[in-house]
Design a protein around this ligand. Structure first.
Ligand code: NAP
Length: 458
């Protein structure tokens, strides 16, 4: 893929960048390693001051950065502004909490291990490579970078090829905040060049947020080098609605959860599993609300759903829907790419989806909802777990027994009860099964790239 900003609203390329050559990549890895020596000697208070300063700069840049995000990948301006402020908030969260999260612990009874004292400390590892996707061009990077830098690591970013200007903005952000030069840098390289960076002896670990094939490839390379890896991959999250739920609230959340980020979030609800008693009423309200959304130019403040980010992304989504329709699914609303410029796809609700269709198994990365019938909570659970993914999930019920059954049984990294899946700096974020390994955010996220050292004293 060329490294270029291509406006998904028009299909026009508005900036192109040459890839960094081997010499530049080597220099940037070297700068990150040198910065690690400088950074690991600083204390939490100093790093927190720099991190808060970078957060202030990001907040102050909100209008320019939000417009850049919208032009590069098509989310609405309001959502782009939200992404910028959420990122700054996460930076402050780690500035405030990193020291506590990494304080380690001491054994109450060291004699149990034959010591006079025994404790643990968390120490930074070194240069960490982050391979990141375009769907939240600032947030995905910050939720890695803020904890990594606060722990004393340094970071190298290989961003998605279609958001190079977001990558270049982030390239200087942390240095502008006060971090030593080289603490965080962008590599303008193709996916094919990632292997060489992972294998570089100066790079100690890698994190990837993106698709399952990319995750498998990166993990295999990291594994062969015995380097730590965190993977945040795809999802096909279930959204279960039972008869006791507030139907209108569930429908409103279903629409928001399926169309946030133009339907291109890993934790968008994608499979709607609805009890048979309320299935038809849910479908009617859901399809009406999805069909009424205003689709258009994401720079227009009135727009609710913008275009998909790439032409291939739209083509893949259209193929998935076509496959389902050909095999007997019914489009209650949407279901067909519009003519004209830009990579738009209408909010779509499909019923009668069966396990013979690709849509049953694969992630729909766009505003396409598949609605399934369930006979009871146990049946809903069976359908929800009949997937290779396990990222997040949502359950709508007022019945305590159903809530207990579903919360315990859902194979996912998170369950949201009477709400939609959202990421918060305070809560661990990540998946099981093919949705990934490891956790981001919270105390868990900052500890991923640390050496947990045990110290024993006779
Ligand atoms: P993608 O193709 O996997 O791209 C993500 C990043 O990986 C990009 O920087 C890409 O570079 C790079 N990449 C692709 N193939 C690679 C390979 N073989 N080796 C090394 N790097 C490689 O993902 P996408 O389709 O753009 O993004 C959407 C996917 O990300 C969806 O599945 C979504 O669910 C998932 N996602 C997950 C989370 C989460 O937290 N779990 C969050 C957001 C998105 P190029 O751009 O140069 O190809």
């Amino acid at each position: 893929m060329p490294i270029a900003s291509i406006n998904p609203t028009t299909g026009a390329t508005f900036a192109e960048f040459a890839e960094h050559d081997a010499h530049e990549v080597d220099a940037r890895i070297g700068a990150a390693q040198n910065a690690f020596h400088a950074l690991s000697g600083t204390d939490f208070a100093t790093r927190a001051r720099w991190m808060r300063s970078a957060a202030d700069l990001l907040d102050a840049d909100v209008d320019a950065v939000a417009e850049l995000i919208t032009r590069e990948m098509g989310k609405t301006l309001a959502q782009a502004r939200g992404e910028v402020h959420k990122s700054a908030k996460a930076m402050r969260f780690y500035a405030d909490n990193a020291e506590t999260f990494l304080s380690g612990s001491a054994l109450d009874d060291p004699s149990a291990v034959g010591a006079t004292a025994a404790r643990t400390v968390y120490q930074p590892l070194g240069v960490v490579l982050a391979v990141m996707p375009w769907n939240y061009p600032i947030w995905q990077v910050v939720r890695f970078a803020a904890p990594a830098l606060m722990a004393g690591n340094t970071g190298l970013l290989k961003h998605a090829s279609n958001v190079p200007q977001s990558a270049l903005y982030l390239d200087s952000l942390f240095e502008r905040g006060g971090f030593p030069a080289g603490s965080f840098g962008s590599l303008l390289i193709s996916a094919g060049e990632v292997e060489g960076v992972i294998r570089d002896r100066r790079v100690v670990a890698v994190t990837l947020t993106g698709s399952e094939p990319a995750g498998r490839s990166v993990a295999a390379i990291a594994g062969s080098e015995v380097k730590h890896v965190v993977l945040e991959l795809g999802g096909s999250d279930p959204f279960i609605v039972m008869p006791s739920a507030d139907l209108d609230a569930a429908v409103a959340a279903a629409v928001a959860s399926r169309t946030a980020n133009n339907g291109q979030a890993c934790i968008n609800a994608k499979r709607f599993i609805v009890h048979a008693d309320i299935h038809d009423a849910f479908v009617e309200k859901f399809a009406a609300a999805m069909g009424a959304l205003r689709v258009g130019d994401p720079l227009d403040e009135r727009t609710e759903v913008g275009p998909l980010a790439t032409s291939t992304g739209r083509a893949e989504l259209a193929e998935l829907v076509e496959d389902a329709l050909t095999a007997g699914a019914r489009a209650v609303t949407g279901g067909r790419s519009p003519d004209g410029d830009g990579w738009f796809y209408p909010p779509t609700v499909l019923t009668d989806v069966t396990d013979r269709m690709r849509l049953y198994r694969e992630e729909a990365f766009g505003p396409v909802a598949a609605v399934y019938h369930a006979t009871d909570a146990a049946d809903a659970l069976r359908i929800a777990n009949d997937t290779t993914f396990g990222l997040s999930s949502a359950v709508w019920t007022e019945d305590a027994a159903e809530e207990a059954l579903l919360t315990a049984g859902l194979q996912a990294g998170a369950v949201f009860i009477n709400g939609m899946s959202v990421s918060y700096p305070e809560l661990p974020f990540g998946g099981i099964k093919d949705s990934g390994v490891g956790r981001e955010l919270s105390a868990e996220g900052i500890r991923e790239f640390c050496n947990l050292k045990s110290i024993w004293k006779a």
